[in-house]
Every structure is written in C-alpha cells, then in structure tokens.
Ligand binder design. Structure first.
Ligand code: SF4
Length: 396
C-alpha cells in the first residue's frame, strides 16, 4: 500500500474559519477560548457581531474560498436557525467554491437525527465528532459531557443523516490516576483497543491527539499536586509510534502528526492551509488569520469582540509580520509535521538553503537514522521523524 502523498493535492485557495465561542462546561484539559454563557440573547449578540465582522473583512479578503470550518467552542450548541443565519451571511459575503469542504464540529450529546439532517441540508459535507475516548471513566476524567454510548450512537446517526466524510477526535496518552483524581487505569494496550473499536466504524478521518497539559487547566493542577502519573517521554513515543503503526496497518494515511485519513480523498483540506502557509481568514473571538506573511488574531473575549464590532472596528487584538527567518523556521516546523515534508527546490528558492547539504551532514545523518527520507523532490519525515517533528525543525 502506498501511503505517500502526491504533490498535486496541494490546496491553494483560501480557507474560512469561524470560531463559535460557547461551551456548556469547560473540559478539564482544554485551553481553547470559550464562554459558558450560551443564552439565546448572548448567541444572537455574537451572531450580529460576526455578521458585522464578515462585512468589514469582505473587502480585505477578495480570495475565493474552498473550505469553511465551524469550530470552537461548540458549534453544535447553536440551533439550526442560528447556524442558517451564519451560513447565509457567509454565502452572501464570501465566494465559496462549488466543491468547498464545509466542516462543522459537534459534540455527541448535542445532536439528534433531525439536527444532523438540518446541518447536512445547510451544506455541511464533513462532520468532526468530539468523541475523545471510548471509555466512560476517561470521558469523566476529561470533563466531557457525553458517555461512550452517545458517541457511538452519534456516529451511526451521522451516517444516516448522509455524512460520508466523518472525522473522529480521540485523545491518547492519558495518565494513571489516584482515587482523588477519579481513579483510572491506562495503558498502551487499553488505548490500542479503543482505537481498534473506533476503526470498526470506518471513519474517513481520525484526529488522534496526545494529551497535553495546558496552563490553568484542571488536569495541570492535578499534575502539579501529584494526583496523576503522566507518561514519560519514552512512553509518549511508544504511544505515538504504535498509534501510527496500527492505523497505517488498517489503511489510514498518517499525513500529519495527529491526523490520519483513509487515503488522499479524505485529507482535511482546511487544516492543510494552516500547515502550508496558505491564506486563511479566521472570524470570531480568538480566531487567527494568515495571509502574505502577516498573522493576526482576534480578541479572546466575547464581550470585547462584540463591543469592538459594535463600534465599527475589526476586533483584532494583535498581529505579527513574519520576516524571512520566521517564515523559514515555520516552513520547517510545519513541513516536518506533515508526511509530505518539505519541497527541497522550493525551499531553496525561497530561503537560499539547500536542506540536504546545509548544514553539512545533518540530513544524511537523519536519513541514516531512519527519521527522514527523500522522495523525489521532497524531504519527508518517516514515522520516527514525525514523532520528533518539532525537534527536527530546530536542527536547521
Ligand atoms: S467542548 Fe471542546 S472547546 Fe469546549 S471546553 Fe470541551 S474541549 Fe474545549
């Protein structure tokens, strides 16, 4: 089975991301921006501000878009009418291609068959389900609202509603826990069993994230208090490599550190824009945008976001202009996180560096160690290379 990527799949049109900043409750590991105040009035106020932001951004972003991604937060907290209002404004404001990939994230306990059919009829053709785990004790520890049975039901319901492009989110590398932290046993074999069960549902796409301990989260406090036993670096590497091996043995393409698809057809077109420096416009609180070497981000506060837009200004909190060195480093960092890797000639043209010979001996050593390989014009990380993708980038 050929698990390489063809260079022709490089997407070039812009992507559109909308951040829905509401969650019913905060999960214990999450540091994405969201607020719990999801009243109808608050959501309507947000949608009014979002429509204003679209209007203001219209002239700055004349590009054609071939992806739309509603993430969060929890987009599935919005009613079908509220979603329709957003989508209607998107279509009137931004040119979406006929074949645009249109993704919405959903939590299993928010959805009903009618809701999923409604979402499908609004034009969403890709559903990303926040399953996270197939063990109830882990879902509780992670602070998720749903049970495993609801997650599995949601997969079936999505299929029946006509979603033939389904992505499942899973988290691995959970720690051993003391009773005071909600006792739980975890091991590599238990995780692989969970993953096996998820594969049985034949999702077109899987995002498998290694658990990370973000500042100000409950699990970080438990770690600091010694209530949990996080994985060692060696254990983390084992989880990563075994996850990749299992999924590739079942026909999944491990195309980015945390992402797997059943072949090129089901790659996340939207996420590739982040990894390949292709322009994307982010709308909503905390959303990031990138174009022509400039990255900017919105206020990480719903109130400030709404207030700024009411005053007729864009809700931009900050920006950075990436100079040649920053772009070079990001190209390395992002490129080594994808199986496609880095195009050698293109990299040399942009940054004047031949990665195979500068610095001398480095590429050959990493190739000999089985971390990199050359495929035609591309310098690509192997599975072992993906496991240390961030460190690889720093070596150049
Ligand atoms: S539902 Fe998603 S965005 Fe909301 S708190 Fe949980 S992980 Fe974070």
């Amino acid at each position: 089975m050929d698990l390489t990527l063809s260079p022709t799949t490089t997407p070039q049109r812009a992507g559109l991301y909308i951040h829905i900043p509401f969650c019913r409750k905060k999960c214990h590991y999450c540091d994405f921006y969201s607020t719990g105040a999801a009243t109808k009035g608050r959501i309507d106020e947000f949608i009014a501000a979002l429509r204003q932001e679209m209007e203001l951004q219209r002239s700055f972003w004349p590009d054609e878009y071939d992806t739309l991604y509603l993430g969060g937060g929890t987009p599935s907290l919005l009613s079908l009418d509220q979603l329709a209002e957003i989508i209607d404004t998107v279509r009137k404001t931004f040119p979406l291609t006929q074949d645009a990939e249109q993704t919405i994230e959903a939590n299993p306990d928010d959805i009903t068959p009618a809701y999923l059919r409604g979402v499908r009829s609004l034009g969403f053709n890709r559903l990303s389900l926040g399953l996270q785990s197939l063990r109830d004790e882990n879902l509780i520890w992670l602070g998720r609202r749903h049970k495993v049975a609801q997650g599995l039901w949601a997969i079936e319901a999505a299929r029946q509603a006509g979603f033939n492009n389904l992505s499942l989110d899973l988290i691995f590398g959970l720690p051993e826990r003391l009773p005071t932290a909600g006792q739980g046993q975890n091991s590599l074999s238990l995780w692989l069993r969970e993953l096996d069960e998820a594969i049985c549902y034949e999702p077109e796409h899987l995002s498998c994230y290694q658990l990370s301990y973000e500042p100000h989260t409950l699990i970080m406090r438990q770690k600091q208090q010694g209530l949990i036993q996080p994985l060692t670096e060696a254990e983390e590497a084992d989880y990563f490599l075994e996850t990749s091996a299992l999924l590739e043995s079942r026909g999944y393409l491990h195309y980015e550190v945390s992402n797997f698809s059943r072949g090129e057809k089901w790659l996340s077109r939207h996420n590739q824009k982040y990894w390949q420096h292709i322009p994307y416009l982010g709308l909503g609180p905390s959303a990031h945008s990138f174009a022509r070497g400039r990255r900017c981000w919105n206020h990480r506060s719903l109130s400030l976001y709404c207030q700024t837009l009411k005053q007729g200004s864009l809700p931009i909190a900050g920006e950075e202009i990436l100079g040649p060195e920053e772009l070079r480093l990001e190209t390395l960092y992002l490129g080594f996180r994808t199986r496609r890797g880095i195009h050698l000639t293109e990299f040399c043209r942009r940054f004047g560096q031949n990665l195979l010979s500068d610095p001398p001996g480095l590429a050959n050593r990493l190739i000999d160690e089985g971390k990199l390989e050359v495929r035609g014009e591309w310098l690509c990380p192997t599975r072992q290379g993906l496991a240390i993708a961030d460190a690889l980038a720093l070596m150049w």
